[in-house]
Ligand binder design. Structure first.
Ligand SMILES: [Zn+2]
Length: 264
C-alpha cells in the first residue's frame, strides 16, 4: 500500500469498493469525485478485480457489476453516467444536457450541468480533473503521450473557459499515471515532446541510454503556463499494480480503473 501522505490522495476503504479522493476537491462541496482502484470487483485474471472497461477482453457482465459497485461507492449511482470513446486524441465533448451525453468520441469532457457523472477509464495514461468552483464547471481529461503532445489538456481548458471558467479560480487535479520512474519512451516521442518548447522543460530524463517521460509534469506545466493551478497525486500506476491497472507493467493485458467527477 502506498503512503497516503506522499501520494496526496485519501484512500476510503470503508465503502463497497475502495476509492481515492483528492482531499481539497472533496472539501469543496460543489463537486463530487472519486478514483477507483483494481480492488473490490468481480473480474478474474488478468482483469482482477474492478475492471471498468468494456474495451478489453473482460466479461461484459463482470464490467457491468463492477461499474454498479463503483457508482454506488461514490454515491453517483442515481446520476447519468457520461462516458466517451477514448481515442488518444485532443477532441473535447461539451456535455450541455443529458441528451448530448451519448458516448462521444473524445478524450476530454467538460460540463456545467449538475446531475451527471463524467467518467473515463485509465491504465497508465494521466487523468486530469479541471474544476472551477466559481462557475461552477468541470472537465475530465485522458492524456497519454499522444494526447499530451496533441494538447488535449489545453483543449479541455479552452472548452472550460467557454463555459465561463477563469484561470485564477480553476484547479487541475492530476491523478495516478505511469511515472517518470517507469515510462520509457522512444526517440519519436522524445522529438515530439521536445517540439512543445517551454512546456516540455524537465519532463524528459535519460537513464542507461533510455529516455523517460514525466506525463504529469508535462500536462501540469502546459496548464500552469495558462495560469491554472495544479495539484499532482504523484502515484505511479506501473509501480503499484497491486492497486492500479498498468498497460505498460502488465504488457497490455490488463483492465482499467475509473475516474468519476460531477457537479454536486
Ligand atoms: Zn514507476
Amino acid at each position: 500500500m502506498f503512503k497516503q501522505v506522499e501520494s496526496g490522495l485519501i484512500l476510503h476503504d470503508n465503502r463497497e469498493v475502495p476509492v481515492l479522493t483528492f482531499p481539497e476537491l472533496e472539501a469543496d462541496g460543489r463537486f463530487v469525485h472519486g478514483i477507483t482502484t483494481r480492488l473490490g470487483g468481480v473480474s478474474s485474471a488478468p482483469f482482477q478485480y474492478l475492471n471498468l472497461s468494456l474495451s478489453v477482453d473482460d466479461s461484459a457482465a463482470s464490467v457491468r457489476e463492477n461499474r454498479a459497485r463503483a457508482a454506488r461507492s461514490l454515491d453517483m449511482d442515481t446520476r447519468l453516467q457520461v462516458r466517451c470513446r477514448q481515442a488518444h486524441g485532443n477532441t473535447v465533448a461539451a456535455i450541455s444536457d443529458k441528451a448530448s451525453s451519448d458516448a462521444p468520441l473524445a478524450d476530454a469532457l467538460v460540463t456545467d450541468q449538475p446531475g451527471l457523472a463524467l467518467t473515463m477509464t485509465f491504465a497508465d495514461c494521466l487523468p486530469i480533473i479541471l474544476a472551477d468552483a466559481s462557475v461552477p464547471a468541470l472537465g475530465l481529461v485522458h492524456a497519454g503521450w499522444r494526447g499530451s503532445v496533441a494538447g488535449v489538456a489545453l483543449a479541455a481548458w479552452q472548452a472550460l473557459e467557454r463555459l465561463g471558467a477563469h484561470p485564477g479560480t480553476t484547479t487541475a487535479y492530476l491523478g495516478p499515471a505511469i511515472g517518470p520512474c517507469c515510462y520509457q519512451v522512444g526517440d519519436d516521442v522524445v522529438a515530439q515532446v521536445r517540439a512543445l518548447g517551454t512546456s516540455a522543460r524537465g519532463t524528459l530524463a535519460e537513464r542507461d541510454g533510455h529516455a523517460y517521460l514525466d506525463l504529469a509534469r508535462l500536462n501540469g506545466q502546459m496548464l500552469e503556463e495558462r495560469g491554472v493551478r495544479t495539484v499532482r497525486s504523484r502515484i505511479c500506476t506501473a509501480c503499484h499494480t497491486d492497486l492500479f491497472y498498468s498497460h505498460r507493467a502488465e504488457a497490455g493485458c490488463t483492465g482499467r480503473f475509473g475516474v468519476y467527477v460531477g457537479l454536486a
